[in-house]
Design a protein around this ligand. Structure first.
Ligand code: SF4
Ligand code: SF4
Length: 252
């Protein structure tokens, strides 16, 4: 399905679902997710996230105090998402932070794949949505694309922030590199880049260029070998400014 168009908030039909995804999945949050929720609820990030150890390195995993173990940052579970409001014994439930929910929740169960000229909407092969509620043939062309682009851009910024954090921890092996310091750094990283992301997320050409660049080289913000072709469609200045903002923001 080739996409272009506004977001349609009605698909899949979550209002008729017992919130399977919210009960079941680990919700990975980014720096910008943290900032939105903290600002909206005026609560500290520590009150709604937890760290889980992960057996494998990934662009989302981070070190603490140089101790070797790697962690990932997810919404707390009690069980089920910390923000899930259970309404009755029949299993009806709603998101308690719907307007501010993480990007991964907004995008689920879709993700974009891109090649040189088109972005394609793909459905997670393991989607938990009850089949009658997720009829892919009824998803309007382009429906969730702006959300998927936003998720990708914010995730890439988050991963650069994590990369910088891990380099700092590995270099300094400091006891101060605890979970609280990590959350403060991520919130600083989000504050330093929120305004810089606006012109990208509001420009459909730049969003598409970002997605295509990610398909070509992985995270567009991470350094590339000199042989890599330059980013297209005016993206390069935005990438430079974002990298500079995250490189110069103080770690503590
Ligand atoms: S934040 Fe909301 S949408 Fe996301 S998993 Fe939690 S309850 Fe569900
Ligand atoms: S499992 Fe699918 S249909 Fe159910 S709440 Fe999650 S996204 Fe909506």
């Amino acid at each position: 399905m080739v996409l272009d168009g506004p977001e349609a908030p009605t698909h899949p039909d979550c209002a008729r679902c017992p919130a399977r995804c919210c009960h079941t999945l680990d919700v990975h949050v980014t720096a910008h997710d943290l900032r939105r929720i903290c600002d909206a609820l005026t609560v500290p990030a520590e009150s709604f996230v937890c760290l889980t150890t992960t057996p494998r390195s990934s662009p989302d995993s981070f070190l603490l105090s140089g101790e070797g173990a790697e962690y990932e940052l997810v919404l707390d579970r009690r069980p089920g998402c910390v923000f899930l409001l259970r309404l009755d014994e029949a299993g009806r439930a709603r998101c308690g932070v719907y307007e501010h929910r993480p990007m991964v929740c907004r995008a689920y169960p879709f993700f974009p794949t891109a090649d040189a000229d088109v972005v394609t909407l793909t459905v997670d092969a393991d989607a938990l949505c009850p089949p009658p509620l997720l009829d892919v043939a009824r998803v309007p062309a382009g429906a969730p694309l702006p959300t998927l682009f936003s998720k990708q851009v914010e995730r890439d910024v988050h991963r650069l922030a994590i990369d910088r954090w891990n380099r700092w921890v590995a270099a300094e092996a400091t006891p101060a590199a605890d979970a609280g310091a990590l959350l403060r750094w991520l919130l600083s990283a989000a504050a330093a880049t929120t305004d810089l992301l606006t012109p990208i997320l509001e420009d459909s050409h730049l969003r598409l260029a970002w997605c295509q660049r990610a398909a070509e080289v992985g995270n567009p913000l991470l350094p590339r070998p000199h042989a890599t072709p330059a980013p297209r469609r005016g993206l390069a200045p935005h990438l430079r400014v974002l990298v500079e903002a995250l490189t110069t923001a103080p770690m503590r």
